[in-house]
Design a protein around this ligand. Structure first.
Ligand SMILES: NC(=O)c1ccc[n+]([C@@H]2O[C@H](COP(=O)([O-])OP(=O)(O)OC[C@H]3O[C@@H](n4cnc5c(N)ncnc54)[C@H](OP(=O)(O)O)[C@@H]3O)[C@@H](O)[C@H]2O)c1
Length: 250
């Protein structure tokens, strides 16, 4: 990844932060976008602390196309171009709500961030990525694009949309600009979002397998690297094999 120019949305927390830190450690030039300045400051003072080279950061709301476009073009300018976009910004929305309790506003907010936020990021990054000799987009989707988690109606719908967005963009952008588009789709990951959503302090005693942010980050780096040049349009499940099982118990 030496010298690779990378922008990570949601790069100040959880999976995005682990992705940014692994890119940085592997010699990439990194820019992050996060919603709040507070998260950015804590990431820059912690895992993304300037060692040999600084991490560039902008606060922007991915659901606001103009705000995000200005952040991405500013970051690409500071990085001297763009080779890889990773979209990790996302929200869980209402948890544990049944259909009658889900509001249109709550549903729309999840789609605005989780789906339109990715669309906006890719749209404004494409003219920059098109100038790279080995461009890639890697989205952080979810196994919720394949299997439904009860009480997360809007989230399930948003991650299902990303599965098809990955396929549709991979087709269009590879043919037009040689840009590859893939996604990683992890089951539960130990991040602030998961702890907050489930109201737990730790997953140490969880009765189910849990990904670490670093597990997901390693897969993101693999998909984003030029060496993965034949991988395109892939929604890669990281669910410990759950969806490969038959419902028949034998
Ligand atoms: N954790 C899991 O179990 C899990 C499993 C599968 C997939 N995922 C997916 O992984 C991605 C990252 O989740 P995470 O668990 O790492 O969550 P997280 O720790 O809460 O981090 C989310 C990041 O996204 C940013 N963000 C949220 N809304 C934004 C907006 N409107 N504009 C710009 N940035 C925004 C946050 O910024 P601020 O901190 O500044 O608000 C934060 O940096 C999400 O797409 C999520 O759906 C998570």
């Amino acid at each position: 990844m030496d010298g690779r120019r990378v922008i990570v949305t949601g790069g100040a927390s959880g999976i995005g932060l682990a992705v940014a830190a692994q890119f940085l450690a592997s010699g990439a030039h990194v820019g992050i976008v996060s919603r709040t300045q507070r998260s950015i400051e804590s990431a820059l003072a912690g895992p993304l602390q300037a060692d040999s080279q600084p991490v560039h950061a902008r606060a922007a709301d991915v659901s606001d196309e103009e705000d995000l476009a200005s952040a991405i073009s500013g970051l690409a300018c500071a990085l001297g171009g763009l080779d890889t976009l990773v979209t990790s910004a996302g929200i869980e929305g209402e948890m544990g709500a049944s259909l009658t309790d889900v509001t249109s506003e709550g549903f729309r907010e999840v789609l605005d961030v989780n789906v339109l936020g990715v669309f906006h990021a890719v749209k404004c990054a494409v003219p920059l990525l098109a100038q790279s000799p080995s461009a890639s987009v890697t989205m952080v989707g979810s196994d919720s694009g394949f299997v439904a988690v009860p009480g997360m109606l809007a989230y399930n719908a948003s991650k299902g949309a990303l599965v098809q967005l990955t396929r549709a963009l991979s087709y269009e952008l590879f043919d037009e600009h040689c840009i590859r588009v893939n996604s990683v789709c992890p089951s539960i990951v130990d991040t602030p979002m998961a702890r907050r959503g489930l109201g737990v302090e730790s997953f140490q005693d969880a009765a189910y397998p849990v990904n670490s942010p670093d597990d997901v980050a390693r897969t993101v780096l693999f998909l984003s690297a030029p060496e993965s040049r034949s991988l395109n349009g892939l929604n890669l499940l990281m669910d410990f094999g759950y969806t490969a099982r038959s419902s028949f118990p034998a």
